[in-house]
Design a protein around this ligand. Structure first.
Ligand SMILES: Cc1cc2nc3c(=O)[nH]c(=O)nc-3n(C[C@H](O)[C@H](O)[C@H](O)COP(=O)(O)O)c2cc1C
Length: 398
């Protein structure tokens, strides 16, 4: 999709790179997408593909195609129309929108933005009272699902942000002045209104007293490195509907998620923004499906850029895919209209791919349409067997 170069033109450099970048050497970021290339699609010909049905049911909700929009914080950074614009575009497309705790729009405002299904992404903050408050507000506002992100005990090492002078909230610095000047549309809206507050937590900081702590410092201070499965189980008990854990990659963690009552997991490495060297989500699908059977719905999040990626993920055993950057680029490029256009193009691409595959419905996608990649059970077992020390890797017997 061509929204990335458009976003690059529209946004001041620090903000574009904040979306685009990943942790450390960005190996995981890049591998998330290139890993899809290791799988090939095997079409079946001479089937009647005059009608293609992309519909599916995930998290107790009917979706018009097997796609969710992942939670992303602070969308006001990228376009003045913020999160409600994305939620409305998702609703029009008949897919599920996820609101981040770190959004610039409140749980209640987004609930009223479009008629589509919504999920609230939560963190378990040190202040459990605030976490409980989020749960109650999301229930009252009618969110379909709750999603706990677990791969952020602390922020990943994003070196692009250091190089570009990205600060939160955005400020003109000597380093970035030229790029703000080169983005007149964005800068015009910035000058008219630069309220970048995280709408769902702002009241907590206000309660601390003016100037006591900046919002960003407050949120950073709330990440709890001591979180455990007991905390996740506690949260699952608070939520009556579908409960999702986002940021798992190992079969053992997936099993644990099923045991504590999760209905789904998002197989995710946070889009390569946290642990660099984490495996690509697509490579984790088959081993996790083997481990949990039908006990969990699997949503594959990270690196999905093409309809063929969605088809491959579903054939490997996923129930749906999810993405972040593609809709952020589209939002930056054209607000709600940009996101709508991107989703329309993706739907057309998906219909075309399904027809070329000889598949009429999502249910027809299984391993029989795949060649290559990480599918063979023995290969999978080998891949997830821990390497026994340096000697094993170098072939030196101990
Ligand atoms: C700018 C940006 C902000 C993000 N903010 C959050 C967040 O607040 N909560 C969260 O769980 N994930 C967050 N993510 C991760 C996304 O939910 C998702 O896992 C990731 O974007 C998937 O990779 P993709 O961008 O390749 O699709 C963010 C990602 C980006 C790019």
């Amino acid at each position: 999709m061509d929204f990335r170069p458009l976003a690059r033109r529209r946004l001041p450099a620090p903000l574009f790179h904040y979306i685009d970048g990943g942790a450390d050497d960005e190996w995981t970021l890049n591998n998330n997408t290139t890993a899809f290339e290791r799988y090939e699609l095997l079409p079946n010909q001479l089937r009647d593909v005059s009608r293609i049905d992309l519909g599916t049911r995930v998290l107790g909700t009917d979706l018009s195609m097997p796609l969710l929009l992942s939670p992303t914080g602070m969308n006001r950074l990228f376009h003045h129309e913020r999160e409600p614009a994305v939620a409305r575009a998702a609703g029009k497309a008949g897919i599920l929108y996820s609101l981040s705790t770190m959004g610039n729009s409140s749980i209640e405002e987004v609930a009223g933005a479009g008629a589509g299904p919504k999920m609230f992404q939560i963190y378990i903050f040190k202040d459990r009272g605030l976490t409980r408050e989020f749960v109650e507000r999301a229930k009252d506002a009618g969110y379909q699902a709750l999603c706990l992100t677990v791969d952020t005990p602390l922020a990943g090492n994003r070196e692009r942000d250091l190089r570009t002078g990205m600060v939160m909230p955005p400020r003109f610095t000597w380093k970035s002045l030229a790029s703000f000047a080169a983005s007149p549309h964005w800068t015009w809206h910035y000058l008219r209104n630069h309220d970048f507050r995280m709408a769902n937590v702002a009241h907590r900081v206000d309660a601390l007293g003016a100037g006591a702590m900046s919002l960003i410092d407050y949120v950073n201070s709330q990440f709890d490195r001591a979180l455990s499965w007991e905390d996740a189980a506690w949260l699952a008990e608070q939520w009556p509907g579908p409960f999702v854990i986002k940021g798992l990659q190992s079969p053992a963690d997936a099993r644990r998620a099923a045991e504590i009552g999760a209905s789904a997991i998002m197989i995710s490495n946070h889009g390569g923004r946290q642990l660099d060297s984490a495996p690509a989500p697509v490579d984790c699908i088959a081993p996790i499906r083997d481990a949990v059977g039908d006990a969990l719905e699997l949503i594959v999040d990270g690196g999905v850029r093409r309809a063929t990626h969605i088809v491959k993920a579903l054939a490997l055993g996923a129930n749906a895919c999810s993405f972040g950057r593609p809709y952020l680029y589209a939002l930056a490029a054209g607000g709600q209209a940009g996101v709508e256009r991107m989703l329309t193009l993706l739907r057309c691409e998906l219909e075309k791919t399904m027809a070329l595959m000889g598949c009429r419905s999502i249910a027809e996608l299984d391993e029989s349409v795949l060649v290559g990649g990480n599918r063979n059970t023995d290969e999978r077992r080998d891949q997830f067997r821990p390497v026994q020390g340096h000697h094993a890797r170098r072939g030196i017997s101990s």
